[in-house]
Design a protein around this ligand. Structure first.
Ligand code: NAP
Length: 283
């Protein structure tokens, strides 16, 4: 397939470009300078130049706390961006996959959120991502929204991605013991994004690694177990102790109602994904 990937410098974009190229796709992975998704002219020019079979939108404003003080930037990338891309995909008759987040849920449900649960985003980042879902689906009936969560991967700068490096350097880390999610290795997400692009089945999908999920502390303990790091470097803390500007869901574990019914193979267990990441595998 000819795949256009946005936000090429980002963690998920890199994994997706890597995976698509590995299976022989013709890939245009464009940085913000090459295609600003908030700028319709820039979007049109890039799509017209490449004529993809599908666009996979990995670009977003992802600074959850920063969004509280930069709401316009979050809105441009997370709402205007998906709208522009969905419209352009309609015009150029190509598929469109865009990534959303487990943060669209408020986190008060003690179980796995499926597509039957009503989103109730808290905070600016989460609210813009939910609006981006609605706009993407409204602008183009062919849109595919992929909600994922707790993503980590090579080149990632978020806490889950850098934890192993910090522990390897014997740095102490604060690990939240009372927030729960379903961790997702970017390499596994990339594969599923590409499968969904080919499946071309519109709607909302939930994509995370399989299993019961865990807390940040549980994730950190698993990193120690796999990497042979010293787990006494972990300082368990409560989410409330960190006093961060943006609210986070207490529990945002995801499960998908559709993926396997549509013939997609189950996602690997999260511990398996983490093992491949810590061992340096690309997928
Ligand atoms: N990481 C997670 O745990 C997580 C969880 C749930 C959902 N998600 C979603 O997964 C997707 C990928 O996240 P990620 O972790 O790979 O993010 P990331 O590493 O922060 O990458 C995002 C990329 O988007 C680019 N970007 C921002 N605004 C843009 C614009 N207007 N036009 C073009 N590019 C733009 C950024 O460019 P610059 O490099 O120029 O800044 C950056 O390279 C996002 O939709 C995110 O909301 C992530």
């Amino acid at each position: 397939m000819k795949i256009l990937i946005t936000g090429a410098r980002g963690m998920v974009a890199r994994a997706t470009a890597e995976y698509c190229r590995s299976i022989g796709d013709d890939v245009a992975a464009l940085t913000r300078d090459e295609m600003n998704i908030a700028d319709l002219e820039s979007v049109h020019a890039a799509i017209e130049g490449f004529r993809p079979d599908a666009i996979i939108n990995c670009a977003a404003y992802t600074n959850v706390d920063g969004a509280e003080s930069e709401p316009e930037d979050a809105f441009s990338a997370n709402v205007v961006g998906p709208w522009n891309l969905a419209q352009a995909a309609l015009e150029f008759d190509c598929g469109f996959v865009t990534i959303s987040t487990d943060y669209v849920f408020d986190g008060t449900f003690d179980g796995f959120y499926t597509q039957r649960h009503q989103p109730n985003p808290q905070g600016i980042y989460a609210t813009t991502k939910r609006s981006g879902e609605i706009d993407g689906l409204t602008a183009n009936a062919r849109s595919i929204v992929v909600r994922s969560g707790w993503i980590y991967g090579h080149g990632g700068t978020n806490f889950l991605s850098v934890m192993g490096d910090l522990l390897r350097d014997c740095k102490r880390i604060k690990a939240i013991k009372d927030s729960y999610g379903t961790p997702t290795f970017a390499g596994d997400l990339a594969r599923r994004l590409r499968e969904l692009a080919e499946l071309d089945m519109p709607g909302i999908f939930h994509v995370t690694n399989a299993g019961e999920g865990t807390s940040y502390l549980g994730f950190a303990e698993k990193v120690c177990e796999i990497g042979g790091f010293d787990s006494s470097l972990l300082d368990p803390v409560s989410n409330a102790d960190l006093h961060r500007p943006a609210p986070r869901p207490t529990s945002s574990k995801l499960a998908c109602l559709f993926s396997e019914k549509f013939g997609l193979v189950p996602m690997p267990e999260w511990g398996d994904g983490l093992r491949r990441f810590v061992n340096g595998d690309l997928d």
